[in-house]
Design a protein around this ligand. Structure first.
Ligand code: AN7
Length: 351
């Protein structure tokens, strides 16, 4: 297959991959870095604020950067099937790239806790979707057992090639701005992505002197093991993507945050929903977990713990709003229903 438009074509030389890694792509990556000046003004102004809109990847989340590489490596190694535990986005992405490579995909998800668009995606791409009675953490423990016993390739972010792919988002931000931002605000679940971004910023900085951002990692209050310093047995949050109590890359994430002179904080679900609404008011609909980075930034600025003035700040929005339509529909009243005549419509036209 001719990989010409995705992150392997663009950044392979910057990734540490075994030579057997195949070419594979769905033209993932090169997502836009969107200026949101009005949002910056809502936060006091005097700084440059951007959204890295990862929802525009082929399956609607940043996971595509990691899965294209993990699947390309597994495929080149001769694997015939891949497996992951997932809160949903990894599942959809693994399913898509496995389909592209002609491999089987098995995805293991927590029962009843996966947003509609993710589940439908995984099924549409032809994955075998298995629900477990338990959390994401239980699903991941089970998948780790499975790969120890069966010839099936693990594509969760424990897989190092996932991070090699995901770090390309940091490259793109630096390529777009000409240097690293001062702050990067990013949601944290299993903690692979924040770890990957730090790898990317560091690598570019070492090669090109492009600087390093301070990292603001953001967890949901009901699923904040890295903030509270202990595992959460029963994580709970409306942001189901980051409903994770035992992050596989927790240690690396904490090290990255510390090295960057940043921090990881927790925000309540209401703050996540407020941030989701603010982004939608800019024309950017993202799924709840995706809005956590902005929610964290808002909280830190309001508390006076982060002075944005004169800074360049990037908020990473990890997944598209279409992934989780339920959350929006549930928060709206029943829609008006009228006869198809102008008199009935008129009250809806003015003010
Ligand atoms: C939209 O799909 O863990 O901290 O199984 O879907 O790298 O885990 C998803 C995570 C943020 C957190 N935003 O990233 C999965 C899964 C969205 C996500 C995260 C996820 P990590």
């Amino acid at each position: 297959m001719d990989a010409s438009c995705g992150i392997l074509a663009r950044y392979r030389d910057w990734m540490d991959l075994p030579p057997h890694t195949r070419d594979l792509d769905l033209c993932e990556g090169h997502t836009p870095l969107i200026p949101v000046p009005r949002l910056a003004r809502r936060l006091g102004g005097g700084f440059d604020l951007y959204v890295k809109y990862e929802g525009l990847n082929p399956t609607g989340s940043f996971k595509d950067r990691g899965l294209v590489v993990a699947v390309a490596e597994a495929w080149g190694r001769g694997a015939q099937a891949v497996i992951c535990a997932s809160t949903g986005n990894t599942a959809a992405s693994a399913a898509a790239y496995a389909a592209r490579a002609g491999l089987r995909a098995v995805v293991v998800v927590p029962q009843g806790k996966v947003a509609l668009g993710k589940l439908a995606g995984a099924l549409a791409y032809g994955a075998r979707v298995v629900q477990v009675r338990g959390s994401f953490d239980d699903a991941l423990a089970l998948v780790r057992e499975a790969v120890a016993r069966f010839p099936i390739a693990l594509v969760n972010s424990i897989n190092p090639y996932r991070l090699e792919g995901q770090k390309t988002a940091a490259f793109e931000i630096v390529d777009a701005l000409g240097r690293a931002p001062d702050w990067l605000a990013i949601p944290v679940g299993n903690a692979g992505n924040i770890t990957a971004y730090w790898m990317g910023f560091q690598q570019y900085h070492q090669a090109k002197g492009t600087g390093l951002p301070r990292l603001l990692g953001v967890q949901a209050e009901g699923a904040a093991p890295l903030v509270h310093g202990r595992e959460v047995a029963r994580p709970e949050t409306i942001a189901t993507a980051i409903r994770i109590g035992r992050p596989a890359r927790g240690k690396e994430a904490l090290q990255a945050v510390q090295a960057s002179r940043g921090r990881i904080i927790a925000v309540p679900d209401e703050a996540i929903l407020e941030a989701q609404a603010w982004l939608a008011q800019e024309g950017l609909w993202v799924e709840p977990a995706s809005a956590a980075g902005l929610a964290g930034l808002v909280a830190e600025i309001r508390r006076g713990r982060l002075d944005p003035r004169g800074k360049t700040i990037v908020v990473v929005c990890t997944g598209h709003g279409l992934k989780d339509p339920d959350i929006v529909l549930k928060r709206h009243e029943a829609l008006p229903l009228i006869e198809p005549d102008l008199d009935a419509l008129q009250p809806w036209l003015m003010t």
